[in-house]
Write a protein that binds this ligand. Structure first.
Ligand code: SF4
Ligand code: SF4
Length: 364
C-alpha cells in the first residue's frame, strides 16, 4: 500500500489559501523534498507541448516546484524535455525567467547526447533504448507529468512522460514500432480500396508504392477492415496496442533503474485533461473538470490513482470532437480510444516498479 499526497483542485471555500495554487505549496512541503534532493542535481522532466497547444502544465506550478527544490537544498535544478519541445517552449510561456531554472533538451539539441541502456527483459527485437544524457547525468528525477488521453495507449501520465519523453527520436520510433497488430498480405490485395473507404477512424492509407499503412494512433482495433476485405488480405495478430504499452513500461523501467528509489519523485497534474497528447500541438476542451494534483514515490500507485480519479460520469458535455462516439465498456479513456489505459500499469506492476494499492493523504 503506497501513500499518495492529493491536492484537490476544488477549494472548500473561495479564499486564496484554499486554492490549488496555495495547496500546491503545502503539498510540496509535505513531500519531504530535502531527503531526496539536498546537495544533489535535480532533473524535472516535463512535457512542454508543441505548436499552439497551451494546455500543458502552467509555468506557475513549475516555478513553485523549482523554488521548493532549491529551498530543500538542491545543488542544481533544471527542467527538460525533448529537443523539439524545448526549442519552441517560449511560445507557450516556458522560459528560464518564468519557470526559474534552465530548460534543457534531454539529449542535446542534436538529439545525440544519449546513453544506451538494455531493455530488461528484452521484448521481441526491442533490446536497447537510448536515454537522454542530461536526464541520466542528474542524481534526482522528478517526473512532473500532465495527464491527458492518448490515441496509441489510452492515456499519458507519469510513465509516458518518462518512456517517450526521456529517450531520443530513434528510440521513440522503436517503441512506436511495437504498436499495431494488423497484417497485410500484399500478394492477395487487389487494391480495391474498400478497407480505406470503410475504416471508421480514417486509419488506413496506401503509400505511393501501394503499400498498406495503418496510423495506429487512430486505429481502434474494431476489425472492420479485417471483416470487410473481400480477399481476406488483412488479419489481426495478438499483442496489438498492448505491445506498445509493454514497450513503454520497459522503457520506464530502463530510465528509473538509473535512480535510487528515494531519488525518484512522481507528480501528476490532473488538470486540462484533454483527449490527445500534448505533442499534438493543439488545445482542445477538457474532458472532465480539473481534479487536482497527485504526488508520491511510487509510479504504479500514482498512475493507478490517476486513472481511478477520472470517471466516465464526469465527462463534460461537448468536450468530445464532433461525431466522436463513446464505446460502451471500460474506463473513460478506453471508451474514447478503445485501448485499456490500465494495461501499462499492469506491466509496470509486473516489472516490480510499485504497488497498485494506495491511500490518499489529502492536503487541506
Ligand atoms: S481495425 Fe478498425 S480502426 Fe483499425 S484500421 Fe481496421 S477498420 Fe480502421
Ligand atoms: S479491402 Fe483488402 S483487397 Fe481491398 S485494398 Fe484493402 S486490403 Fe486490399
Amino acid at each position: 500500500m503506497s501513500e499518495l499526497l492529493f491536492a484537490r483542485y476544488a477549494p472548500k471555500t473561495l479564499e486564496p489559501v484554499n486554492s490549488i495554487g496555495a495547496k500546491w505549496e503545502r503539498l510540496l512541503d509535505a513531500l519531504d523534498l530535502e531527503s531526496a534532493v539536498k546537495s544533489r542535481t535535480v532533473c524535472v522532466k516535463m512535457h512542454l507541448g508543441g505548436g499552439t497547444g497551451f494546455t500543458t502544465i502552467h509555468p506557475y506550478f513549475t516555478r513553485v516546484l523549482v523554488r521548493k527544490l532549491r529551498e530543500a537544498g538542491a545543488k542544481r535544478v533544471f527542467a527538460c524535455d525533448s529537443p523539439g519541445s524545448v526549442l519552441t517552449a517560449v511560445e507557450r510561456g516556458y522560459t528560464t525567467e518564468t519557470v526559474g531554472c534552465p530548460i534543457v533538451s534531454i539529449s542535446g539539441l542534436s538529439d545525440r547526447y544519449v546513453y544506451p541502456r538494455p531493455v530488461n527483459p528484452p521484448f521481441r527485437n526491442f533490446t536497447e533504448v537510448e536515454i537522454g544524457g542530461e536526464v541520466l547525468d542528474a542524481e534526482v528525477l522528478v517526473d512532473f507529468a500532465h495527464v491527458k488521453g492518448h490515441g496509441a495507449c489510452g492515456f499519458g501520465g507519469a510513465s509516458k512522460n518518462l518512456s517517450m519523453g526521456c529517450v531520443n527520436q530513434k528510440t521513440r520510433g522503436r517503441i512506436h514500432a511495437l504498436e499495431g497488430g494488423l497484417n497485410w498480405d500484399e500478394s492477395s490485395c487487389t487494391h480495391c480500396g474498400v478497407c480505406e473507404e470503410n475504416c471508421p477512424n480514417h486509419a488506413i492509407s496506401f503509400d505511393e508504392k501501394g503499400r498498406f499503412d495503418v496510423f495506429y494512433h487512430n486505429c481502434k482495433f474494431c476489425q472492420h477492415c479485417v471483416l470487410i476485405c473481400p480477399q481476406k488480405a488483412i488479419t489481426m495478430e495478438g499483442g496489438g496496442y498492448r505491445d506498445f504499452q509493454r514497450g513503454m513500461a520497459l522503457t520506464t523501467r530502463a530510465v528509473l533503474d538509473n535512480f535510487k528509489p528515494e531519488q525518484r519523485l512522481f507528480i501528476n497534474l490532473l488538470t486540462d485533461i484533454t483527449i490527445f497528447c500534448d505533442c499534438w500541438g493543439m488545445s482542445t476542451p477538457s474532458l472532465v473538470p480539473d481534479i487536482g494534483i497527485l504526488a508520491g514515490r511510487d509510479i504504479v500507485a500514482i498512475e493507478q490513482a490517476t486513472l481511478d480519479l477520472i470517471r466516465t460520469e464526469d465527462l463534460i458535455p461537448g468536450s468530445l470532437p464532433p461525431g466522436w462516439e463513446l464505446g460502451d465498456k471500460g474506463h473513460l479513456f478506453e471508451r474514447i480510444h478503445a485501448k485499456d489505459p490500465y494495461a501499462v500499469i499492469e506491466y509496470l506492476h509486473e516489472f516490480g516498479l510499485g504497488s497498485r494499492e494506495y491511500t490518499f493523504r489529502e492536503i487541506d
